[in-house]
Ligand binder design. Structure first.
Ligand code: GLN
Length: 240
């Protein structure tokens, strides 16, 4: 029986807005299909093996927790994350975790290193935090779909010229409130500002990540009430 092996990075530090709910959804979607599910965690000072997990996950966090995580991740996990991404493992990072996938997160008076899995920079610019419900249209190889979520970030993220966003903003702010794009998608590396948590509101995305991580086509399961409600209100807000 195929088993999805998930590694959470810094779950005790990077878990704002109940982002750990994403793990619960991955587990449930696997178990409902009779797939195996294994979950492990890694944190400060620990190295990681790039070959024994199918999906690497990191949630969002406050600036002060990100500072501890950023330095540790660059020192102890950067190379392994690059090897894992190169062999096609799924990397999913939300908000504070997303910011640390790039080159740097520039805060007032301090620049945090990222692991450089994707070409992007995040800058804390003067101005309001970008807060509110957000809906985007994304295509992870199975046709365009809506991802609905909630964003709350002070950092503004700018993608390099050859990098692709995860989606086009239908409503909300997205990466920087200016260019109309949200998140990043490079191979199976996905970064997004969307909490919710993300996967309970978008179970189609959880299923797609399982497919990508295991190289499987999953049979469909019946619809999900929370996803339906989140998508209906996102469509209303976006007027689509
Ligand atoms: N601390 C980061 C910011 O404000 C990320 C916040 C979050 O993960 N919600 O930009």
């Amino acid at each position: 029986m195929p088993t999805l092996r998930v590694l959470s990075l810094y779950p005790e530090l990077m878990n704002i807005y109940a982002d750990r709910g994403n793990i619960a959804v991955l587990r449930a979607r696997c178990e409902w299909r009779g797939l195996g599910f294994e979950h492990a965690a890694t944190s400060l000072g620990e190295s990681l093996d790039p070959d024994v997990h199918d999906l690497f996950y990191m949630g969002g966090g406050q600036d002060r927790d990100q500072a501890a995580v950023a330095h540790d991740m660059a020192e102890t996990k950067r190379d392994a994350l690059h090897s894992a991404a190169d062999r096609g493992a799924v990397v999913l990072a939300v908000c504070g975790g997303y910011q640390l996938l790039g080159h740097s997160y520039e805060m007032e008076g301090e620049e945090l290193p990222g692991v450089g899995l994707v070409d992007l920079r995040t800058i804390r610019e003067p101005g309001e935090r970008l807060i509110g419900n957000c809906a985007i249209e994304a295509d992870l190889g199975s046709g365009p779909r809506v991802i609905a979520g909630f964003e709350n970030h002070g950092g503004r993220t700018y993608l390099g010229p050859d990098e692709h966003a995860l989606g086009r903003v239908l409503s909300g702010h997205g990466n920087n409130g200016k260019d109309g794009f949200e998140g990043v998608l490079r191979g199976n590396v996905i970064g997004t500002y969307l909490h919710g948590p993300l996967l309970p509101k978008n179970v189609w995305l959880a299923d797609r990540l399982i497919e990508l991580a295991l190289g499987l086509d999953l049979e469909r399961l019946p619809g999900d009430d929370m996803e339906d409600a989140a998508h209906a209100s996102a469509r209303r807000a976006a007027g689509v």
